[in-house]
Design a protein around this ligand. Structure first.
Ligand code: COA
Length: 176
């Protein structure tokens, strides 16, 4: 399936809202507010326009992914990192690798921009294929109760995670 991935533009906002809303509608572990979180993220200082991407299929938007800034705090040092999500694909197109292509592409673009670490809360069977590892292996944790098997991190360069540990500090849109 030939999809085209590009940076999101203002004209895409409405469709992105609908894609995210539809994608999470039937998901069990969802607040069903992800589409509103995206809207708030765009207005926040955590936002990086170059890392808010859409997937197009035959000229129609079918998927979305966003990476935004977070910090990791070990009490002595603050580390810069990103968080992945939400990532969403229209339900009728699930399982056709659109999500995988979005994840790989956003990793590449983040790396080019000099970012080194991405964390996420997600399904344990999906993200390891992209190189994600369990966060607790590095002495990292999320600031709320979450099953450790769902808390993941990836280093985008070989030494990215060296010496990094601590608790994730999310941007406001994730906490409101
Ligand atoms: C998660 C999502 C973005 C993946 O996109 P996709 O295009 O369907 O995924 P791909 O085709 O690249 O990959 C399909 C694989 O992912 C697995 N997968 C997809 N979503 C999964 C989930 N929530 N839990 C576990 N595995 C999942 C499929 O079982 C399939 O596995 P296989 O390759 O071993 O058969 C999409 O399913 C979606 O929009 N889901 C609803 C929103 C959501 O849950 N977002 C992620 C929050 S953590």
């Amino acid at each position: 399936m030939k999809i085209h991935i590009r940076q999101e533009q203002k004209k895409d906002h409405k469709t992105v809202f609908q894609i995210v809303e539809k994608a999470f509608k039937k998901m069990k572990y969802s607040s069903h507010t992800e589409q509103f979180i995206v809207e708030k993220l765009r207005m926040d200082e955590a936002f990086i326009p170059e890392l808010s991407l859409v997937a197009e299929l035959d000229g129609e938007l079918v998927g979305y992914i966003i990476l935004t800034k977070i910090k990791i705090d070990n009490g002595e040092q603050l580390f810069d990192a990103l968080t992945l999500g939400p990532v969403a694909v229209l339900p009728k197109l699930h399982g056709k690798s659109i999500g995988s292509q979005l994840i790989k592409e956003v990793h590449e673009r983040a790396k080019v921009l000099g970012h080194k670490i991405i964390i996420l809360l997600g399904h344990k069977d999906y993200y390891p294929r992209f190189g994600y590892e369990l966060m607790h292996k590095y002495g990292m944790s999320l600031p709320f109760d979450a099953s450790p098997e769902n808390c993941m991190v990836i280093g985008l360069t070989p030494d990215a995670l060296e010496g990094v540990s601590g608790k994730v500090i999310y941007s406001k849109p994730f906490l409101e």
